[in-house]
Design a protein around this ligand. Structure first.
Ligand SMILES: Nc1ncnc2c1ncn2[C@@H]1O[C@H](COP(=O)(O)OP(=O)(O)O)[C@@H](O)[C@H]1O
Ligand code: SF4
Ligand SMILES: [Mg+2]
Length: 319
């Protein structure tokens, strides 16, 4: 097992001067996920469900408020500084909007070279690695001398992928990897991610509000709602036999890779997390929107349980 997340909670405290009560916002609650070598795990859910926060925790960019994250059986937040840096080197994160994470004054060569220099890679080895990665993401050697603004969105995403992979990480998180791209090139970038995965020893986490991406790329899926895991299953089981009413709703409203207007975005709600003071909630988090609720759903909080082999769900209809 590569990762084990155990009882992870993440609470963000609002830093507003006027917020005297300092109410927290619970972005993630009781997350338990195992990731095995070679997995491509999909994290789905609407905006605000905690997907990006979860991805960041898995690469050490955010610290959980409670709970543990083990990487190769080591608690990553208990590592020495040196070992934590080593861990971070073996992981990588592609941000939702890669363009804003590029320094516009840096040429592609410098963007790719910088992490190699910082990690003490010799000059000739650097050139070898850059040539190899440029080839892997299907850019041209002459592109190395250009600046990010000289590329199309799809090519910029290729640069972001190249930079994320330049140090040969073992684990890659891609946060909404195609949502900022034109429809015509979304499929190309997905195909590229798949090819890169097949050629390397990567384990990946794909974050998306769009189920079709996850169906195409992932072997396992976790459905998040208001920071809670609602369902977890192998991809084929989730799509052939969705159990949770929220998953069913997501699948019904899932766009295809090629559709412009997505019903999934219509489902987004701006305030979809729960207030920290409400985390001891005594009812199902999906109660308000659920069309299948029963009396019990407003009286107690459902635990997530395995109802079929490797298929877990948080819903009283299965308890
Ligand atoms: N750094 C932060 N400070 C305060 N609140 C945050 C921060 N990052 C995320 N949040 C809040 O946590 C919740 C989950 O956010 P996020 O993980 O970005 O969800 P998603 O990626 O599913 O849209 C949201 O309500 C968001 O506003
Ligand atoms: S526990 Fe009840 S309210 Fe929640 S999803 Fe299941 S049926 Fe709906
Ligand atoms: Mg996000």
């Amino acid at each position: 097992m590569l990762f084990r997340a155990k009882n992870i909670h993440k609470i963000f405290f609002r830093k507003s001067f006027f917020d005297f009560k300092n109410n927290g916002l619970s972005a993630l609650s009781d997350i338990n996920i195992d990731i095995y070598d070679g997995d491509i795990i999909g994290i789905v859910g609407e905006t605000g469900s905690g997907k990006s926060t979860l991805g960041k925790i898995f690469v050490g960019l955010e610290k959980p408020s409670r709970g543990f994250l083990y990487y190769n059986n080591n608690n990553i937040f208990k590592l020495s500084k040196k070992d934590f840096r080593k861990f971070q080197k073996s992981t990588s994160f592609i941000f939702q909007d890669p363009y804003s994470s590029f320094n516009p004054k840096m040429r592609v060569l410098d963007i790719l070279q910088e992490p190699l220099i910082l990690n003490g890679v010799e000059k000739n080895k650097r050139k070898e690695r850059i040539d190899e990665i440029i080839n892997n993401v299907e850019l041209k050697i002459e592109d190395l001398n250009k600046f990010p603004h000289q590329f199309s969105g799809g090519q910029r995403q290729r640069i972001a992928i190249a930079r994320a992979l330049i140090l040969n990480p073992k684990f890659l998180v891609a946060d909404e990897p195609i949502s900022s791209l034109d429809l015509s090139i979304r499929a190309q970038i997905l195909k590229l991610l798949k090819e890169i995965y097949e050629k390397s020893n990567l384990t990946m986490m794909i974050i998306s509000h769009d189920l079709s991406i996850v169906e195409y790329l992932c072997n396992r899926v976790v459905v998040l709602y208001k920071g809670f895991m609602m369902e977890e299953a192998f991809t084929k089981d989730l799509f052939n036999n969705p159990l949770h009413p929220y998953t069913k709703l997501l699948i019904e409203s899932s766009p295809t890779l090629y559709s412009e207007k997505t019903k999934a975005t219509e489902l987004e709600t701006p305030e979809s997390t729960v207030d920290f003071k409400d985390t001891q909630i005594r009812f199902c988090p999906f109660l308000e929107k659920c069309k299948q609720k029963i009396d019990k759903c407003k009286e107690s909080f459902p635990e997530i349980i395995e109802v079929e082999k490797e298929h877990k769900v948080r819903c009283f209809r299965y308890i």
